[in-house]
Design a binder for this molecule. Structure first.
Ligand SMILES: O=c1ccn([C@@H]2O[C@H](COP(=O)(O)O)[C@@H](O)[C@H]2O)c(=O)[nH]1
Length: 238
């Protein structure tokens, strides 16, 4: 896997036409993320387009529901032949286990590779203050993220979405095979926006991230291709 293959770029746009234009602007990107805005506006058509282009797909719809509903959503999502699917860890162990089983069964029945289910530990737009005072969680942020990661691992999931800030702790505790997919990644030259727990791409990789999710520093740059290349060069040089 090259450095570029470890960078997942989100298609956070409002239409399939804009998404396709972005994919064509960035031919070197091999791994794309389809999230809520695009999927709600345009449905699964973009997934077929990306597969036809030979791209890997992270379907980031962050499912969070009761076990039966979560399993149903993951069963359907697995049928699209995507590589990564997100659920929220606080859905709980029964829901995570049923989701994992449903995804594997659906992929197997369709003759597809099983997708990796990964659980969001704590959104990277939240900080210790929001965890304590808005969500009323009394654990330290790093401990909360760790507990959510362990819940995901015990439930049979392949990994988690976490901030680079927690990546080293989760890597040490959950082992080398556990996927750590990290948004909240900002090169020195990019603005933080609504992200709170950020690190640079190189710092995130050193901390143990398997994949980096980097959106606006690339997609909102005046020259997205130059921004993507600059990130890959900075990673290669680190
Ligand atoms: O905790 C999370 C989970 C998912 N995301 C998603 O990642 C990208 C980040 O985009 P940027 O433009 O680089 O901020 C975005 O699609 C989020 O939905 C996250 O940021 N944090």
């Amino acid at each position: 896997m090259t450095t570029a293959d470890r960078v997942i770029v989100p298609l956070d746009v409002a239409s399939e036409a804009e998404a396709i234009a972005l994919v064509q602007t960035l031919p070197a990107v091999t791994f794309w993320k389809v999230g809520l805005e695009l999927f709600v506006s345009s449905g699964p058509g973009i997934l077929s387009y990306l597969k036809d282009q030979g791209k890997r797909i992270f379907l980031d719809l962050k499912f969070h529901d009761i076990p039966n509903t979560l399993a149903g959503a993951c069963r359907t999502a697995a049928g699209y032949g995507v590589d990564l699917i997100t659920v929220h860890a606080p859905a709980g162990k029964t829901a995570l286990q049923m989701a994992q089983q449903a995804a594997v069964a659906a992929a197997t029945a369709a003759g597809l590779s099983s997708p990796n289910l990964i659980a969001v530990t704590l959104l990277t737009s939240l900080d210790a203050r929001s965890l304590a005072f808005e969500l009323k969680v009394s654990l330290e942020l790093s401990d909360y993220a760790l507990q959510m990661a362990l819940l995901a691992q015990e439930s049979g999931l392949a990994g988690v979405v976490c901030s680079p800030h927690e990546a080293a702790l989760l890597r040490r505790t959950c082992g080398d095979d556990f996927l750590l997919v990290c948004p909240g990644v900002r090169p020195e030259w990019a603005t933080q926006g609504d992200q709170r727990r950020v690190m640079t791409p190189a710092q995130a990789i050193v901390a143990g991230a398997s994949y980096l999710v980097i959106g606006r520093p690339i997609t909102a740059a005046p020259d997205p291709e130059a921004a993507f290349n600059r990130i890959c060069q900075e990673l290669a040089a680190s």
